[in-house]
Ligand binder design. Sequence first.
Ligand code: ADP
Length: 448
Amino acid sequence: MFDKILIANRGEIALRIVRACKELGIKTVVVYSKVDRESLAVRLADEAVCIGPAPSGSSYLNIPAIISAAEITDVDALHPGYGFLAENAHFAEICESCRIKFIGPSVDNLRLMGNKALARETVQKLGIPTIPGSKSIIKDKQEALEVVKKIGYPVIIKSAGGGGGKGMRIAHNEISLLNSIDTAQAEAEASFGSPDVYIEKYIQRPRHIEFQILADNYGNIIHLGERDCTIQRRHQKLIEEAPSLRVDKELREKMGRAAVKCAKSIGYKGAGTVEFLLDEQGNYYFIEMNTRIQVEHPITEMVSGIDLLKEQIRIAAGERLRYQQKDIEIKGWAIECRINAEDWEKDFSPSPGRIEKWIIPGGRGVRVDTAVYPGCVIPPYYDSLIAKLITYGKTREEAILIMRRALEEFVIDPIKTTLPLYKEIFASEAFWEGKFHTQIIEELLQEK
Ligand code: ADP
């Protein structure tokens, strides 16, 4: 097992990793930017190293500073969390060349799955369903028109290097397709450093269903069931639940097998997530694989009873997977709300600032993953996620009732958050009945 791990992240996930390490008896080093000096992760880690000023380009994305911190503190491994450098193959390569174990899959896997068009092509060859669309990257507008002639409108133009719901454009006709190609390529170049885009049929009213994977270095791979991450805004997840109302035992086995096959075929190692869209007719299609621990991992932990962070670290340290597929039993229901520091009534504009009042819910069936404490300041430089509110019940109904009362208990003042939006969603019939799709928030906001 590792002796000391460096955590190259901030906020709730940095704290989550510190906690997992403490339980495993591993020492921790947290790197931080100047504005995060007072963070809980910094306070609770064994060591902390400042890696630069607030903007992430100068700190959490500053590879030389992070590597220097790792060398000075003499760590054996580095956990990148999610976001920032978590899926950066170049960074993983540098870590490995400095003999620092990157807690994630191989550099080749990061490269392959980091290119969504290539990932799609690879998975297609395995016989796993993918959404009809271009074979690979589209070269020009002419090729785009030919693709659409075959699959029909609407289509979605996606950036091969995209992530976090960014770099996607929907086209309903030829004019919008031709216009969108240029803008999509320019956006892709600006945001992801490559103009490569590909095209898929735009699936109307789908569910987003993803499978958690754990794979060790000895060819053992299991899945831990699905998460339903359909409640999104602008293709970014807001609420997740596990299991999914739309996935029965038979479909779970089929999709789970496809997810395992996908990971196995590329020799995947560590924790990962295979994402699918499920259409209204019940057909599933691979969309991408995420090669890191996900924001929404706690709901799988709640229903499977397995600590994904600790398993991820154990696997990276060379331990054998301690579970076989038959040992995995999904029990009860878990739901997660991403509490963002955003004013949802003002187009979800960021709402950073000092938190004066902070009362978190508790009691049976409630878990809050956060690094916030009363008096702390939410800086304007990073992602707006400030807490994850997770509830667990024997049934979906119980998890919802616990979530409703937990949302009532939660007090965050004076900054604006997405809490009031969640109160509305959890009071809605659509959520209670489980009848929703990825556009539901946009539809709900339009009605207002
Ligand atoms: P990212 O890597 O940015 O998260 P994904 O490919 O995982 O992008 O897609 C994110 C979300 O975008 C999906 O959950 C879904 O809501 C939407 N989406 C992606 N592809 C399609 C598609 N072909 N049809 C309809 N919606 C899509």
